[in-house]
Design a protein around this ligand. Sequence first.
Ligand code: HSE
Length: 310
Amino acid sequence: MNSGYKVFAPASVANVACGFDILGFALQKPGDEVIARFSDRKGLIISKITGAKGKLPYEVEKNTAGFAALKLLEHLGEAGRGIDLEIHKKMPFGSGLGSSAASAAASVMAINELMGRPLTKRELLPFAVLGEQIADGAYHADNVAPSLMGGMVFIRSNQDLDVHRLHVPKGLYAAVIYPHVKVLTKDARDVLSDQVSFKKSIEQNGSLGGLIVGLYNSDLDLISRSLRDVIVEPQRAKLIPNFYEAQEAALNAGALGCSISGAGPSIFALCANSLIAENVGHAFKEVFDNAKIENDLFISTINQEGAILC
Ligand code: HSE
């Protein structure tokens, strides 16, 4: 019977304040599902897409999941194989939660399972990154790597995909709010200046190092001092209404730190435990409810598994 394989890949928070393009972590939910099945037709086809309000293309080469799958099949010498892909978008699109990355990650894992699992998750990474590149034109793994492999991931080099899982202190929780405003990743990248002052780059490097040491030593105070972004957040905050109000509310509610999730508009906060994360979530919600901006709230531990068969 050709029932195929269904894979769930989770949302992720990229940048994590001080690691633009080189840090990210996976959430438990939301996430996307991709099903891969053999078919009698020739080649790869996207046979069904649900949940993206009809906005995603069915052309394989223009679709993040489709392109990632195609590149993997080419690598395996199986590009002519008849395969149907179904993409079920179960997370908001254009939210800063790594939606394109989740589809690409789920897609390569589903194809890999269908082909008898010739590659490890780590070996699948380049193909998923190529898929995600379709969405914003840039080659970075800070959403794809955590979505596929799980955990908190540090990327020494995107070019070489020199990717490392970091230790995460027990009990660490994330509160993430998605205010329903439109921010395209491409636009959020276009607002960034390519000039960074020497002083700011030293400060940011200090925070990045501090965050990694803090994670390894479960030093919550150091994590808190390090969850700062003096380069990207000040340039992107204007794209997200009420951002600074939400950040202040999260910190007052006890968050260790709070910044933009990926390219936004979602905002994340890391918290020492689930109760604080709930409080921070309420504080986030209050800000956007008061501003009459629809929103979705997600409270989650750091997902250590990444993409899974389901
Ligand atoms: N690091 C990326 C950015 C994540 O912030 O633009 C979004 O794809």
